[in-house]
Design a binder for this molecule. Structure first.
Ligand code: URA
Ligand code: CA
Length: 445
């Protein structure tokens, strides 16, 4: 294998023999292929794509670059959910304990904030003491005790993905569907799952903003999981607007606690319940997702999932008192409101403006490893589709200083668009991709 020859082949749109791609990656891991050569190959893949066999080879190499979880001791279905990332996407914090309460083992491995999107790890770490940096051994003990655990990618899991991800993030090669799909699925398939549900976001605030490409990503993810014997399904959900009302780490933990108490924003609850239904169905606990969703609603209203979160917080060394008393979460001293300048309807609240707004207030990173302020962010009073009168509150900013609060109001003002008459909003759950959809697509071709 001559690295430059392989790069040239991909550049020119040729198909790489899977063995050669494997040899290139293994040489990279050993330091025999340079960072600039891998960067060049990634850029070639960005433009030329990967076919099914190449993608399969890449996923295998990424998984085999590290260890895997071993969860065979559990008799319950082992199910995880992964989101492609959004703004105010509070789902995981509520869904993981809910799914455990429904009878699944949930070994959830999440990420940090990236660009304008928030990350579950950052949100969890706003709970005082909560640790997400557990070893796989410690994670096993958490799963044994609570049936659900929430950690970051450990150094043992898919180290090749980690290195490629860091390289992609500085070489303009993140938004390539095969690279995103291999990155997500190598981590998920190392979790020893019996089922996987993907929440692929659609719209302006999604990682990939073109809806057709989001659907292609969903199909690619489902086909990788299915081809490796893990029942996998995807929902396509709305990210043309933030989900729920809270955007920002501690503010979203608070919102998740509301959801787990049977309250909170209706849209957040709908997405949580829809995904819980799909997880239960992937785990063969119910006949169809609708039955799973009905069960999820009952559990949310009964408080069992909130109790499950309390135990999770406790075993991951967080302060469990926040579960009953959210005032114990970090709070920003400055809160300011944006009010409506006119009477009308909220037509849009642009998610990327709020997502980058949180970063600007200190709640997200501009450099790898930077400390963040968990308390800052935004809470929407009026959401897209709501009718407002002039002077009504639209949203509040939670900031560290008066100057930042002032800046936060400006950011909110840019994000909100008011208009006449109710807007046409895309549905919250716009589609579902299952194994059957892959088959029908193939036979249609
Ligand atoms: N999330 C991942 O884990 N990997 C990607 O490449 C993109 C999003
Ligand atoms: Ca939210």
């Amino acid at each position: 294998m001559i690295p430059a020859r392989l790069i040239e082949s991909k550049r020119d749109g040729e198909r790489l023999p899977p063995g050669e791609l494997g040899a290139f990656c293994r040489a990279y891991l050993k330091g025999e292929v340079e960072e600039y050569q891998m960067a060049a190959l990634l850029m070639a893949v960005y433009f030329q794509g990967l076919d099914g066999d190449e993608l399969d080879a890449l996923v295998s190499i990424m998984i085999d670059s590290g260890g895997r979880m071993d969860l065979g001791r559990f008799s319950s279905p082992r199910i995880d959910k992964h989101s492609t990332g959004g703004v105010g996407d509070t789902v995981s914090l509520a869904l993981a304990p809910l799914a455990a309460e429904m009878g699944m083992v949930v070994p959830m491995m999440s990420g940090r904030g990236l660009g304008h999107t928030g990350g579950t790890l950052d949100k969890l770490e706003s709970i005082p003491g909560f640790r997400t940096d557990l070893s796989l051994e410690a994670f096993d003990r958490v799963l044994d005790a609570v049936g659900v655990g929430m950690i970051g990618q450990t150094p043992e899991i898919a180290p090749l993905d980690r290195r490629l991800y860091d390289l992609r993030s500085v070489t303009g090669t993140v938004p390539a569907i095969p690279l995103i799909a291999a990155s997500i699925m190598s981590k998920k398939l190392a979790e020893d799952l019996t089922g996987l549900v993907l929440d692929v976001k659609l719209g302006q605030g999604a990682f990939i903003s073109d809806p057709d490409r989001s659907e292609t990503l969903a199909r690619t993810l489902v086909s990788i999981g299915e081809s490796r014997g893990v029942p996998t399904r995807a929902l396509l959900t709305a990210m043309d607007r933030p989900l729920g009302r809270a955007v920002g780490n501690a503010l979203e933990v608070r919102e998740a606690l509301e959801c787990l108490s049977g309250a909170g924003p209706v849209d957040l609850r709908s997405v949580v319940v829809a995904l819980a239904g799909e997880m239960a169905c992937a785990g063969q606990l119910v006949e169809d997702p609708e039955a799973g969703s009905r069960q999820a609603e009952k559990i949310l209203d009964g408080g069992g999932a909130l109790e499950r979160l309390r135990r999770l917080v406790e075993v991951q060394e967080g302060d469990p008192r926040v579960v009953d008393d959210p005032h114990r979460l970090p709070q920003a001293p400055e809160v300011r409101e944006l009010t409506a300048a006119r009477t009308g309807w909220v037509h849009a609240v642009t998610p990327t403006i709020l997502g980058y707004g949180v970063v600007e207030l200190g709640g997200g990173r501009t450099r790898l490893g930077e400390e963040i302020d968990p308390a800052v962010g935004f809470v929407l009073e009026a959401r897209p589709g709501d009718e407002v009168r002039s002077g009504d509150p639209l949203a509040r900013v939670h900031a560290r200083t008066p100057e930042e609060a002032h800046r936060g109001v400006e950011i909110l003002d840019r994000a909100y668009r008011l208009g006449d008459g109710p807007p046409d909003l895309p549905p919250l759950v716009a589609g579902r991709i299952t194994r059957e959809d892959l088959r029908s697509a193939r036979s249609a071709r």
